[in-house]
Design a protein. Sequence first.
Length: 473
Amino acid sequence: MSAHGHAPDVLIVGAGPTGLALGIDLARRGVDALVVERADGLFPGSRGKGIQPRTMEVFDDLGVLGAIRAAGGGYPVGMIWRDGRRVGEHRMFDPAEANEDSPYDEPWMVPQWRTQEILRARLEELGGRIAFGREVTGVVQDEEGVTARFASGGDVRARYLVAADGGRSAVRGALGIGMTGETLDPNPTLVADVRITGLDRDNWHVFPPRGEGEGFLAVCPLAGTEDFQVVAQLPEGTSVDLSLDGVRKVVAARSHLAPEDVTEVRWASDFRPRAALADRFRDRRVFLAGDAAHVHSPAGGQGLNTSVQDAYNLGWKLGAVLRDGADAALLDTYEEERRPVAADMLALSTSVHRGQTRRGGATRQLGLGYRGSSLTEETREAPGPVRAGDRAPDGTVGGVRLFDAFRGPHWTLLALGSVQAPDLGEAVPVVRGPAHEAYGTGLFLVRPDGYVGWAGASAAGPGDYLTRRGLRP
């Protein structure tokens, strides 16, 4: 039992972006979930500040896009400085064009603490809740459920537990699941949210190393705030001073700014970039998601985004099993689908970190999909541009915007061209229209997470697929 006096269906450990996004997805499905967080409040720093286009689509579906857009801004152009002079611009990203099938084209900057506040407000609006000051010390599983033990306060019993408790996950440790990976950089990195005078907010200011053994300094204005994020690479073996004086020294030594130009340090941290992947994402009734399952270099802006996608993949599956009576075997597809994606994103982050790959098409995450998943069925002999397993693009069909039709916790059937569309009941709305440039023709059964589960031309196909897999809502 929990401190709230009842056992939730799902216990989510960790109130970062992963845990909060999962909490929202479960709350809107009517699944009773409790989020517990070791700290006394939400994480206070800017760490994961880049929200990729695919995550913007997820946030659209979860009902927070308006708030996220209002809270942030686009990325500024990089400005290279040398000896107190501007010596040239540096574009951080290859440009992209927004088009009808991908309405969000560029990464959007929102400091992580702000994203979390927005997600928390949405979770609470949906009736979800967070219990702070609850540190997990042990996990015990049996056939019926899982019990979490805490440093203080009573045990919590749930049917399933999701570890979203970060790169040093206590739950992963308690289960003995290994992490395989490497430290990408032996040099510690200082990251701090500061107030600075004497720098404009129109550029991401980059101060390259001036001599042997000195690292770079980057000072980025944080959209929607008065803060700047300072990132500085320090020599191997340095103990990082996170005080106001310590941060001032680094900034003054590597730029034309005076120490007193740094007026305040609001949050500071030191870390060593590493890339690691959990050996598995599931142990019976416990799932790993977010940084508990994969730890990225921040260079590619993939960590928070891959984490939110984990939650989005797992949420509808837990909902189907707990609310719609789907076979529990559906939950096996979480690791099957997400672990290969996480492995690919780790390789991408590492490649960007090493300067081998530009931030561009792949980092936007719009091309990710599940063609190889056991949930995916492509039954057409000559598939068009969108196949089963692919992300379902936006667009307008019969006067209906597709993302408007997809929004919500349901499946959607898309019938394009002269194919006959079956009636799958109120729970699966149908959108009919002529052949579409992005899709071609055919029937497309779109999963609750916006990927095509089944594609074909037979009117019996979508119903058969849902029935066969125990997914009929």
